[in-house]
Design a protein around this ligand. Structure first.
Ligand code: ATP
Ligand code: MG
Length: 573
């Protein structure tokens, strides 16, 4: 993109221009006060001799106190400003991830994304909030001190300046190496987190296969790689500190010798030399701090680079601006849709076209692994098609649709995921609000009401992480209720009754086929022939292509396309 992380951070700061100006003014005032104090210290002997020490002491005290007060005000304003800016960054990164298509998210891995959103943003926050503050202070001090030193003795200041290239270029070069290393460490850490998250999610499998040691070893392998990189980073850091400390000491000695000569020749007074040396010591300290913290800052820039990559990708999948109709009729069309997963060369969908009109139930039948769930994810725009278009009421469905439209297309996924909150909140999920009566009505129609009322806390029962405290069938029933409560115009169902008991199954089937009469379009994706038989129209997904049958009865006719498919090795219920 050609935009550096520093420029990106500065762009983030731009809405806070006024506060930044206040910080700069306060910082300048405080630094000027600070820099004036050594002037009095250097000449204190002259004032003692002239019996004016009380005036000198007062001036020093007032300057010192005002400088401290402005420094305090500056730090408070700076911290407040930075918190706002970084809070905004965190929100943007989180929102960017939410807008990603599912394929990219899966390709990256949940662990890596989590590490990026929390760890990297936190690292940038810490660096910018603390390290940048220190760098700015010492940079302001350094510049002020250098100007004062030049005013006191241009020759000694010139000698100080001559040493600057060595003092500055060395850490800059090393900083570049550190930045690259920090990037590798972040990637390594994200890899380790990915392994940890995957292992914890599959805890039951790890235990039942007695593979705890193997899982731990896999994690340690990743950590060892990070450790090696960190050790390399520590060695480079130590070399930087040593090199900058040594060159600062050489400069001090040189100045002392040259200054003594200048005093001997009468070019400057002893008082001036003392003042200059105090300034020089402070300047060296400022430089040391700058050199010490600069690598930390470049390290943080390495982390922020990754964050900004996220934001760049956010721009790549930005929604196309299509007119948002207020009323969704529920006319769904797929036009020559192609799709393949990055891991597989062979496309899963090869030019699929379908049309679903309001008030219709279209069943798509296929054996396991034929691409039914993939088709559902495309209809929901969770994955962008490789080619072709998905249209709702004639409008292409962009990657991110208007919330109003999204609520009109409800889905019951094959593996429903619940959130760690109450059953009521899980059913009444999404924009909009539903009363307890509406939630209960939807749960009844989904066959979930009976089991919910048997729970001690009923609809207020917490379901645990990913709904882990419910059975598979209960999760499915709650997911159906969640789709029904919003009274959608298009209902997309992926094996909706596979885990339900026969009573709930009947209830849900009634809902599916009864809803169509009420004008709702239903796309029913299933491997169960008995369920598909009840739909008005049936299509078979075979070899990535969709073939519509003349009638549902054709599913069972010996010699039909589907019959042949089953003979070829498919499994069916
Ligand atoms: N996230 C993924 N990444 C790569 N390949 C995938 C992914 N999800 C599915 N596939 C592959 O795509 C093919 C179709 O999978 P899909 O889940 O769409 O089948 P399905 O018809 O829904 O199967 P089932 O009846 O078992 O639910 C499978 O061969 C599967 O291996
Ligand atoms: Mg599936």
């Amino acid at each position: 993109m050609g935009v550096t992380p520093t420029q990106q951070l500065l762009t983030l700061l731009s809405p806070e221009r006024r506060r930044c100006a206040v910080v700069a003014a306060l910082m300048t005032a405080s630094v000027l006060g600070e820099v004036a104090v050594p002037y009095f210290m250097g000449h204190v002997t002259d004032w003692v001799a002239s019996e004016d020490e009380v005036a000198a002491a007062w001036s020093m005290a007032v300057l010192g106190l005002s400088s401290a007060a402005t420094e305090f005000a500056c730090d408070v304003t700076y911290t407040g400003t930075l918190s706002r800016v970084l809070g905004r960054l965190q929100r943007r990164v989180f929102a960017a991830v939410l807008r990603w298509d599912v394929t990219s998210l899966q390709a990256m891995g949940t662990g890596a994304v989590t590490a990026r959103v929390t760890g990297d943003v936190e690292a940038t926050h810490a660096a910018v909030a603390r390290v940048l503050n220190i760098l700015l202070w010492y940079l302001a001090r350094g510049v002020c001190l250098l100007v004062t030193m030049a005013w006191l003795s241009p020759r000694l200041a010139f000698v100080t300046l001559l040493s600057l290239p060595v003092l500055l270029l060395l850490p800059r070069g090393i900083g570049k190496i550190e930045q690259g290393l920090s990037r590798q460490v972040q990637e390594g850490l994200a890899g380790a987190t990915k392994v940890a998250v995957e292992t914890f999610q599959a805890m039951a499998t790890v235990r039942s296969f007695a593979h705890e040691a193997g899982a731990a070893e896999r994690y340690h392998q990743r950590r060892r790689h990070v450790y090696r990189l960190e050790r390399k980073g520590a060695a480079i850091y130590a070399a930087t500190v040593w090199a900058s400390g040594f060159s600062a000491l050489a400069l001090k000695l040189g100045l002392l010798c040259y200054g003594a000569q200048l005093v001997a020749t009468g070019t400057i007074t002893t008082g001036d030399l003392v003042t200059f040396l105090i300034y020089q010591m402070q300047f060296a300290e400022a430089l040391e701090v700058l050199l010490h913290y600069y690598p930390n800052m470049t390290k943080a820039m390495g982390s922020s680079e990754k964050i900004f990559e996220f934001l760049d990708q956010e721009e790549q999948v930005a929604p196309t601006k299509e007119p948002e109709p207020n009323i969704v009729r529920g006319h769904l069309q797929l036009e020559d849709v192609w799709f393949s997963y990055p891991e597989h060369q062979e496309p899963i969908l090869k030019g699929v076209s379908l049309e679903l009109r309001p008030g219709e139930v279209l069943a798509v039948v296929a054996p396991p692994g034929a691409g039914k769930s993939t088709l559902v994810s495309l209809v929901l725009c969770l994955r962008p098609p490789g080619a072709g278009r998905v249209l709702l009421d004639g409008h292409p469905l962009p990657a991110c649709r208007h919330p109003h439209q999204r609520c009109q297309v409800a889905v019951v996924p094959q593996q429903p995921v619940l959130f760690s909150r109450s059953l009521h909140a899980n059913i009444a999920y999404g924009p909009g609000s539903w009363s307890r009566a509406e939630v209960m009505g939807a749960a009844r129609r989904a066959g979930a009401h009976t089991f919910i009322t048997r729970l001690p806390l009923g609809y207020d029962t917490e379901v645990g992480e990913l709904g882990g405290q419910l059975s598979g069938g209960q999760r499915q029933a709650v997911a159906i209720a969640r789709a029904l409560v919003r009274d959608p115009v298009v209902l997309v169902l992926d094996e909706p009754t596979s885990a339900l008991d026969s009573e709930s199954q009947l209830q849900v089937e009634q809902e599916i086929f009864g809803a169509a009469r009420a004008g709702r379009a239903v796309l029913l994706v299933t491997g169960q022939v008995a369920l598909a038989m009840r739909a008005q129209r049936v299509a078979v997904l075979e070899g990535g292509r969709l073939h519509e049958l003349e009638s549902p009865k054709e599913l069972l006719r010996p010699g039909s396309r589907y019959w042949c498919l089953l003979q070829g090795g498919g499994q069916m219920g």
